[in-house]
Ligand binder design. Sequence first.
Ligand code: HSE
Length: 344
Amino acid sequence: MSFRIAIIGLGTVGQGFVELLREKRTYLKNKYTLEYEVVAISDPVKGSVYHDEGLDLLEILSLVKKDGNINGYSSGNKGWDSLKTIKETGADIIAEITPTNLDTGDPGTTFIRTALQEGKHVITTNKGPIALHYRELNKLATENNKILKFEGTVLSGTPALNLSLSTLAGADITEIRGIVNGTTNYIFTKMDEGRNYAEVLKEAQRLGYAETKPDADVEGWDALAKIVILSNVVMGADIKVSDVERKGITNITQSDIQQAKRENKRYKLIARACKKNGKVNARVSPEKVEESDILFHISGVNNAIVFKTDALDCVTISGPGAGRIETGFSLLNDLISIHQTTIK
Ligand code: HSE
């Protein structure tokens, strides 16, 4: 069986996913017997195209590079909006990769809800729907006997959710503490080298690390979304965005960073969630961490999470926290997981 994939959102991450699907087609078939066609791509800015027999991904990537959109694709139906694409292209997996909206979760939540109701599996990197509506969407997936996977919402392709949900199954996680935003860690690392905040933020945007509106990174909203997801998905809590204390990094000056350096410390944007008497408390704020702390050594766009468990004490995972291919990889990993689950 060959999966029919529809991609909703062709931004930085969407393009990274398409690139991996193109490059790894033979490898995935040989190693996992996984076969697929991308039958549709829909994006309000980059354009939309649907071809029942599958799109030529090299042509798609060349068009985006050359024209900034896929309107010039050589065949198929053009201009279908995302809802029509989800409902009418016969796709069995929807890759929902639209920008995060932490106020309402939309349009992503509507796309995911519709896809599940229409009987499609969903893979997503969109933090809004999962931070705001995880319980509802998870229930909808179960009711429709479909799979909802969202590994890339936390630590991009670094498998923090898979580690805590599958590999650590059976260990009670009582505390989560980590660096979960790539952009701010990149900024702090470069400021530590003496570079200027505004210039480094621009660099993080250019490298595809920052959110569409980078305020989400530097004001701590992105880290907040991730600690809500970790609390609700990994610790079984039911906390809301408004329950989390949040402080961003915009007040930390170059002189604060240099002072920390003299103390042999480093500023890090730390997200934490603690479970006590069944209740989870979470917060996000910049903290000065000491050299003996493992998080002191996590630099650049890398992220890390320390899971405190009853059986193993602390287990740490570290790896890239953002990036085009790194986040695109999470979708590939989710796709393989759906294949392996449904093949049985
Ligand atoms: N803007 C996010 C970050 C992208 O910098 O971590 C990954 O979620």
